[in-house]
Write a protein that binds this ligand. Structure first.
Ligand code: 5SP
Length: 215
C-alpha cells in the first residue's frame, strides 16, 4: 500500500502560492489537494477551475486532486478534469446519484473519490467501494482549515480498511505529526495536510518529517 502526502493549498499564503507548491512537491509530496468550496455545501467560497488551470501551468507534471465541497458536484467534473485534475472527489452528502457520478468520472478517465463528513456513516458509501479509487474520511467538519482532529472518525477508517485492504483511504483535517501516525495505524494511507504545512517555518523540513513518519 503506497502512502502519500497531499498538501492542501487552502491555508497557504496566496501571494506566494506557486513557490510553496513547487517547494512541497520538490520535498516529496506526491499530490496537490485542491479544496473547492461553493458557498452552499459549505459556507466559504474558495476557487474554481480557472485557478486550478493557472496553478497547473506552473507544475504541469504534478498529480492534482480536486476535493469538491459543492452541491451538484457533477456539474463541475468536466471543468476540473480539463483543468488537469487526475482525481476528483465529491461528497456522498451532496446528492443522491453518487454511483452514477463515479461511473461518469471513470468514463472520463478520471479517478473517482468519495468523501464523507464526520457525521456520515460508512454504510453510505459501502456500495460505492467498487467504483472509487479512494475514500476520503473527513477528520474535521468541511469548510475550514485549522480545526481540531475528530478522533471518532478513525473507527470509520478501520472499518473501510477491513472491507477493502487495497483501497486508498485518505484522511483530511487536523493532520500533523501527532495525528498522522494515529490515522495511519487505523488504516489511512493518504494524508491531507493544510495548516500544519502552511505555518511551518521550514516547509521542506516539515514535508520530509511527515514523510519519514509515513515510512
Ligand atoms: O477540506 C478541508 C477543509 O474543508 C481540508 O483540506 C482542510 O483544509 C485541511 O486543513 P487542516 O485541517 O490541515 O488545516
Amino acid at each position: 500500500m503506497k502512502h502519500s502526502l497531499a498538501p492542501s493549498i487552502l491555508s497557504f499564503d496566496l501571494t506566494n502560492l506557486h513557490e510553496s507548491v513547487r517547494t512541497f512537491l520538490a520535498a516529496g509530496a506526491g499530490i496537490v489537494h485542491l479544496d473547492v468550496m461553493d458557498g452552499q455545501f459549505v459556507p466559504p467560497i474558495t476557487f474554481g477551475d480557472s485557478y486550478v488551470r493557472a496553478l497547473r501551468s506552473i507544475v504541469p507534471q504534478a498529480f492534482f486532486e480536486a476535493h469538491l465541497m459543492t452541491l451538484s458536484p457533477e456539474r463541475h467534473f468536466e471543468a476540473f478534469a480539463e483543468a488537469g485534475c487526475g482525481r476528483i472527489l465529491f461528497h456522498a452528502e451532496a446528492g443522491v446519484h453518487s454511483y452514477r457520478h463515479c461511473q461518469t468520472l471513470q468514463s472520463m478517465g478520471v479517478e473517482a473519490g468519495i468523501a464523507i463528513n464526520p457525521g456520515t456513516p460508512v454504510e453510505s458509501v459501502v456500495e460505492l467501494l467498487d467504483v472509487v479509487s479512494l475514500v476520503l474520511v473527513m477528520t474535521v467538519n468541511p469548510g475550514w482549515g485549522g480545526q481540531s482532529f475528530i478522533s471518532s472518525a478513525l473507527e470509520k477508517v478501520r472499518r473501510i480498511r477491513e472491507l477493502r485492504p487495497e483501497l486508498n483511504i485518505e484522511v483530511d483535517g487536523g493532520i500533523d505529526p501527532k495525528t498522522l501516525p494515529i490515522a495511519q495505524a487505523a488504516g489511512a494511507n493518504v494524508f491531507v495536510v493544510g495548516s500544519y504545512l502552511a505555518k511551518a517555518p521550514d516547509l521542506t523540513a516539515a514535508v520530509r518529517g511527515l514523510m519519514e513518519q509515513m515510512g
